[in-house]
Design a protein around this ligand. Structure first.
Ligand code: SIN
Length: 318
């Protein structure tokens, strides 16, 4: 039977599927449910320096094709997640965990990473530069100079394994610009993509969520083509030592397969995890394994990054 082991940096995982930050990762109870599921590991809710209530409700809605959310980074604060991840690590010293974090003001980044560097944290940090839902704040990773400034500061303070969570890019010039910035730093991974920011879902005659006049991040099946493209193009542009976690639009094992075909080393699941709960990981694992067995692939490296593109045929004018 096919095996699904993978590595991010020097860390080994016995499966390639995990949650995406934001879903089933708010507190110890939710993290424990993911930890004891078939998932490879978990990433925490994005922790800010101080706890946050997030945006007013209703702030999340599931639709047939995916989801819209404007959660606004509700979380229990960095100290809580550092403590909880340490507890999971003590219980499972062999299992690497991800801590997601971000700043809500330029001053925060130095404070956050000084705190992490001084803690016992020994997993991987995912720096979220892409939340579209903090009212009055832009998505940081659309500002390439800001990304460079923040990573210069953070990597001067923190020398552990570090990755960034990116928003989707839609223009090849922007892919090149973000890759040029990221390639300057000793990053372990990127996670691409966060939700597609500032979409609108209408139910009858009313926006599905309240914050930002109804605008929110779009997830689920709607965004799979963007996730595939971002994984594929960044894999071509980033230094090979930067691993990729592909997130966006995973509903089936086939979706996991396609993200890996585009170059993902690991795959995140968010909207579908919200719809189905942590049992989704066992189903996706089974479906991915069945596809690999049917194709005769024994391990992920047999097809990772091996997407084929049809040969282009010239078209005559008529
Ligand atoms: C949120 O808290 O608004 C969602 C998390 C994210 O988009 O980064």
């Amino acid at each position: 039977m096919a095996e699904l082991t993978t590595t991010i940096g020097g860390f080994h995982f016995n499966n390639t599927i995990m949650n995406g930050a934001g879903v089933w990762c708010y507190d110890r109870k939710e993290l424990s449910a993911v930890d004891t599921s078939a998932a490879a590991t978990f990433v925490t809710k994005t922790a800010t320096l101080a706890p946050r209530a997030g945006n007013p409700k209703p702030r999340m809605a599931a639709t047939d094709l995916g989801s819209i959310n404007s959660m606004g980074l509700p979380n229990k604060g960095l100290d809580y997640y550092l403590q909880v991840v340490e507890e999971f690590h003590q219980a499972n010293p062999e299992k690497p965990y991800f801590l997601s974090t971000t700043g809500t003001s330029p001053d925060d980044f130095g404070k956050i990473f000084t705190k992490i560097a001084a803690s016992n944290f020994s997993g991987l940090v995912e720096l979220n530069l892409s939340c579209p839902n903090v009212v009055g704040k832009p998505q940081i990773a659309y500002d390439f100079a800001a990304v460079e400034r923040i990573l210069t500061q953070v990597t001067g303070i923190y020398h552990g394994p570090l990755g960034v969570k990116l928003p989707p890019y839609f223009d090849l010039v922007h892919f090149q610009q973000i890759a040029d910035v990221l390639n300057q730093f000793p990053l372990t991974f990127v996670n691409t993509i966060n939700s597609v920011g500032n979409g609108l879902v209408i139910q009858d005659e009313t926006a599905a969520i309240a914050p930002k006049g109804g605008l929110g991040g779009i997830g689920g099946g709607y965004i799979k083509p963007m996730a595939l493209a971002n994984v594929r193009v960044l894999r071509q542009l980033l230094k090979p030592e930067i691993n990729i976690i592909g997130t966006g639009g995973v509903e089936t094992g086939r979706d996991v397969f396609e993200l890996i075909l585009c170059g993902a080393d690991m795959v995140g699941v968010a909207t579908q995890l919200g719809k189905e709960g942590p049992k989704v990981f066992a189903r996706l694992t089974e479906e991915l394994t069945a596809i690999m067995d049917a194709k005769g692939y024994k391990r992920l490296s047999d097809f990772r990054g091996k997407l084929q593109v049809p040969e282009a045929r010239e078209v005559a004018v008529h």
